[in-house]
Design a protein around this ligand. Sequence first.
Ligand code: HEC
Length: 231
Amino acid sequence: MLKYFFALFALLIVLVVTVAGFRGQKSSKPPIEIFPDMDHQPKVKAQTPSNFYADGRSNRTPVQGTVPLGYAIPQHKPVDGSTGESPSPYKQVKFSGGVSYTDTGKFGDQWGTGLPMETTPEVLARGQERYTISCQVCHGATGAGNGIAGKYGLVAIANLHQQRIRDMADGEIFNTITHGKNSMMGYGDRIQVPDRWAIVAYIRALQKSQGGATMEDVPADQRALLQAQNP
Ligand code: HEC
C-alpha cells in the first residue's frame, strides 16, 4: 500500500515540476493562473493601436461640444424646450481649473482671506440656498454640526462655530468645500466656484449670527423692529 503511495507521490512531484518548472526558474511565458480573478481585461491604452474599431485607433474623437474637465463650460440652453431662464445666475458653469485666488483660495502657498466678489444680499441669498442644499444635511441649519446625517451615524461633523473655523482664512474654507477634509468629501465637482464663495460668505454670516454680532450689524431701518421684538 505504502509502496503505491510513494510511487504516486514521486509521480506527482515529477508532474508538478514538469508543468510549473523548478523554483526560481525564469520563464518568458505568462504564469499559469488557475483563478485569474479578472486580473487581465481587454482594454485600450492611450496612443496605442486597437483592432476594436474599424479605423484601428484606440483614441476616439471627443463628442462635439466636449469640454475638458476643469474648464469653464458655456451655459447651456434649457433642453426641455422651455424658454425659461436657466436657474443659474452665472453666464458660465465654472467648477475650477485656474490657479488664481478665486479658483484656489490661495495666494502662492498662503491661504487668502476675503471674497473675490462683492458680498451683495443676492450673494448671501445664493449662499444660503447652496448651503441648505449641500451642507445642511451634515452641518445643520445653523452650522452647529447637528445635521440629520449625524442621527444616521456620521460622527465628528465639524461645528462651524468653533473658534478655529471662525479664525480660519476664507480661502481655506473655500478649499475645504473644493477638496473636502478628512471624512468630509469634496464638493468641487458639484458646486461651482462662485457658489463656493457664496457659501463661505453665508458661513461667515452664520458665525456672526451665533455670537459677535452687534446692533450695528442690523440695517438701520430694521433696528427699531428688532428692538421692539426683543426688548
Ligand atoms: C456628508 C456630511 C457633510 C457634508 C454634506 C458637508 N460636510 Fe463639512 N464636514 C463634515 C465632517 C464629518 C467634517 C469634519 C472632518 C474632519 O474630521 O476634520 C467637516 C468639516 C468641515 C469644515 C472644517 C474643516 C476643517 O478644516 O476642520 C468646514 C469648514 C466644512 N466642513 C464646511 C462644509 C461646507 C461649506 C459644506 C457644504 C458645501 C459641507 N461642509 C458639507 C461633513 C460634511
